[in-house]
Design a protein around this ligand. Structure first.
Ligand SMILES: NC(=O)c1ccc[n+]([C@@H]2O[C@H](COP(=O)([O-])OP(=O)(O)OC[C@H]3O[C@@H](n4cnc5c(N)ncnc54)[C@H](O)[C@@H]3O)[C@@H](O)[C@H]2O)c1
Length: 254
């Protein structure tokens, strides 16, 4: 598996999983352009500040990206403690807006979305997720969500489920039409700065029950290699999958 001389754009590159993916990709020979609302804490080959909740900010950031991109890793995300509209924008609509804007530059390349084990129940709401996936753009997605409101308490899970479904639907079409592979990686709990918010979001009782069933939370350097495998040519026949990287939680739920 080689990333030598590939250009990889990574959102969320200033913290946690995105930062570790950026570090490993550079170590493996890739040129990495980070995108985040915060400044990066590691050396990158380029950095573009962006607010992924705002399509105008995304469009401005896209104009600062290279003309050719080999892979896009959508790792930026927020927890369900944020307002549900902001979760919809950052974790789904903005991610989708950025990806679609880069389609002309990604031909023959790959997209990897970071979902979550908390999106495991996507089939339970498949029709709704397909309908949202079919909305034409950011504004149409917002309108659909205004007509089909998502509960605040489960908005994080909902938009991770929706992202799994968009990855599959769009992953199939983009591969057929543009030779672009779109996959996702679904981590279980990972020791990053956002983890405390997930504990608050799920409640101590649920977290204690989950903790009894797993060996430990992951370290970000256990999530980055599968992400970069899906970016690499070694995964050239893989598109539309959601790969659990969770120490067995998906197997437990099955
Ligand atoms: N840590 C976990 O336990 C865990 C588990 C499953 C999935 N995930 C997912 O992994 C991804 C990465 O999370 P992490 O654990 O690295 O968290 P993190 O908080 O360490 O990193 C998230 C990054 O996203 C950036 N970001 C947030 N909102 C943004 C915005 N509006 N515009 C631009 N950048 C923005 C933040 O600045 C930060 O650098 C997220 O999508 C998260 O939902 C995390």
């Amino acid at each position: 598996m080689s990333l030598t001389s590939k250009t990889i754009v990574i959102t969320g590159a200033s913290s946690g999983i995105g930062a570790e993916t950026a570090r490993l990709a550079r170590f493996m020979g890739a040129k990495v352009i980070g995108m985040d609302r915060n400044d990066p804490a590691i050396t990158l080959d380029g950095f573009v500040q962006v607010d992924l909740s705002d399509p105008a900010s995304i469009d401005a950031a896209v104009s600062a990206l290279p003309e050719r991109v080999d892979a896009l890793v959508n790792a930026a995300g927020i927890s369900g403690l944020a307002d549900r509209d902001l979760v919809a924008k950052v974790n789904y609509l903005g991610l989708r807006h950025l990806t679609e804007a880069l389609v002309p530059r990604l031909s023959g390349g790959a997209v990897v979305n970071v979902t979550s084990i908390l999106g495991f129940d996507w089939q339970a709401r498949l029709d709704a997720h397909k309908a949202l996936a079919e909305t034409a753009d950011f504004a149409a997605g917002l309108k659909w969500l205004a007509d089909n409101p998502v509960p605040q308490e489960t908005c994080y899970q909902y938009f991770k489920e929706a992202l799994v479904v968009w990855t599959k639907k769009r992953g199939y079409r983009l591969f057929m039409d543009h030779d672009i592979r779109v996959n996702s990686v679904a981590p279980g709990p990972v020791m990053t700065p956002i983890l405390g918010e997930f504990v608050q979001m799920l409640g101590e009782e649920r977290v204690a029950a989950d903790a009894a069933n797993i060996k430990r939370p992951a370290i970000a350097d256990e999530i980055a290699p599968p992400i970069l495998f899906l970016c690499s040519d070694a995964a050239r026949w893989i598109t539309g999958i959601n790969l659990p990287v969770d120490g067995g939680i998906d197997a437990l739920y099955t």
